[in-house]
Design a protein around this ligand. Structure first.
Ligand code: HEC
Length: 138
């Protein structure tokens, strides 16, 4: 009887162990995809990372917010001259930020001012972008 119980329990324990140990890998895969989307597709640093006088990104301030280096060439009252910090996404929960990246809507229902693009990432990509940005919290 004892042996039978052992026989039945071992696979269950093994499966649970595998499932639990798989989680960090899943998260790191998600974060890696998010990093790719942020750095190579969305080009978020273009606006959200400050630059030095030679136009180079300032090391150590990645995605920490920046004044924009450009302005509209015609009067445009609805214009945000500063891109806020997005490393760690300090102003939004994960769920709020996923919606923001999918629908371009803030938690309070407002839309971001230009030149912030209203991104239309799909659920999987928005989740990855947000996982990466949240991982940058200091
Ligand atoms: C062309 C410039 C530009 C690019 C590229 C850009 N942003 Fe922005 N972003 C802004 C500006 C400007 C704001 C402020 C908008 C406002 O005040 O409504 C902003 C706001 C945000 C906010 C809201 C932050 C807050 O606390 O209010 C988030 C989140 C954000 N951007 C994420 C991203 C991500 C992620 C990417 C890349 C996938 C990205 N942005 C690319 C300019 C940009």
């Amino acid at each position: 009887m004892k042996n039978l119980l052992k026989l039945l329990l071992t696979p269950a324990v093994l499966l649970t162990t595998v499932a639990l140990s798989a989680q960090p890998d899943d998260r790191s895969g998600l974060v890696a995809r998010g990093r790719y989307l942020v750095e190579n597709v969305g080009m978020c640093a273009d606006c959200h990372t400050p630059r030095n006088e030679r136009g180079e990104f300032i090391a150590g301030l990645s995605l920490m917010g920046a004044p924009l280096g450009f302005a509209p060439s015609f009067p445009m009252p609805a214009w945000a001259p500063v891109a806020p910090p997005i490393a760690g996404l300090p102003t939004m929960t994960e769920a709020e930020a996923v919606r923001f990246m999918k629908e371009g809507v803030r938690p309070n229902g407002a839309r971001p001012l230009p030149p912030m693009p209203e991104f239309r990432f799909n659920e999987a990509d928005a989740t990855a972008v947000v996982a990466y940005l949240k991982s940058l919290a200091r």
